[in-house]
Design a protein around this ligand. Structure first.
Ligand code: ADP
Length: 292
């Protein structure tokens, strides 16, 4: 019996309507999971598969999509169910035909609306993953402490375990001791964040509406979300203009964005190795020089 039997059963249970698979079509493009579109009886679903042990990762993704939907700001695929058979785990969500041309200015305004949706503490109700690395979201009232411990400190320790020592660790320790100095006159709102927004996790539906997916959700400084959009190419001037009009940024963003993107660069080092080490060290140097 294949995993598809279990998937179809769970879709039937979750939707209350029997689902029989007429066709399955593999789709490429994802970084981590095997993606398939399932069709049957005029319904279509988007499914990602991975090892059975990773069902928790898919549970967190489904919870993240549901959390983003609550803000009613940017379209996200509706999660249907998650589960596992003996060998594989899966997440099933609404299939959204992508490939329309979305207005990035519209997306900028919607992203600002997402960030106006706030929680009462930083973090989230559960941990999740960033790429395939664990991401800790223990709720905290002190943002600088959250970023220091649960973001930068966590990734730096992981890097040490993977053998990335030397300047990365010595200078990294210095920076950890001074994270609070970047927040002397700035206390961010606890905004709902996508958490992993690079251009590969954004598209437009057939009607041109922005769609975001594959989140690493938590409540935190919206600057962290915006910084990441700038990390691998950016979303274009119209996006940032529309965002800033709807929800102006603090001038300190220009410095703090390096502090935020350092998290992703050390994560990339931990996932992919190589040149990310010197990139991370350069960022740490730049941040420490800002404090002198
Ligand atoms: P991975 O977790 O492996 O990185 P993604 O969630 O990024 O996978 O999805 C891979 C690709 O599949 C995306 O780049 C996007 O083009 C497409 N995709 C993602 N979610 C949907 C969806 N709900 N409906 C249709 N296509 C989707």
């Amino acid at each position: 019996m294949t995993v598809w039997h279990t998937v179809a059963q769970q879709i039937s249970a979750a939707t209350g309507e029997t689902f029989n698979i007429d066709a399955e079509r593999s789709v490429g493009g994802g970084c981590i999971n095997a993606a398939t579109v399932l069709e049957g009886g005029g319904r279509r679903y988007f499914v990602k598969l991975n090892d059975a042990a990773l069902v928790d990762m898919f549970d967190a993704e489904a919870a993240g999509l549901a959390e983003l939907a609550r803000a009613d700001a940017v379209r996200v695929p509706q999660p249907i169910c998650t589960g596992a058979d003996g060998r594989q785990s899966f997440i099933v969500m609404e299939y959204i035909p992508l490939g329309g041309r979305g207005g990035l200015d519209v997306f900028g305004g919607q992203f600002a609306k997402l960030h106006r949706y706030t929680g009462d503490r930083y973090g989230w109700s559960r941990d999740n993953t960033i790429g395939s690395t664990p991401q800790i979201n223990t709720p905290t009232e002190d943002w600088a402490a959250f970023w220091q411990q649960q973001r930068l400190g966590f990734q730096l320790r992981l890097a040490a375990q993977k053998g990335y020592g030397g300047r990365l660790q010595s200078r990294g320790e210095q920076l950890l001791g001074r994270v609070g100095d970047f927040f002397t006159d700035y206390t961010p709102a606890a905004s709902l964040l996508h958490g992993d927004l690079w251009s590969g996790n954004y598209a437009a539906d057939d009607a041109g509406n922005p769609v975001i997916f594959d989140p690493a959700v938590y409540y935190g400084d919206r600057e962290a979300d915006l910084a990441m959009t700038e990390l691998f190419g950016g979303f274009g001037a119209a996006f940032y203009r529309a965002y800033d009009e709807a929800y102006p940024l603090d001038p300190g963003y220009a410095v703090r964005k390096t502090l935020y993107n350092l998290y992703h660069i050390i994560n990339h080092l931990n996932l992919f190795g190589g040149g990310y080490k010197s990139q991370a060290e350069g960022m740490i140097d730049r941040l420490l020089s800002e404090l002198r």
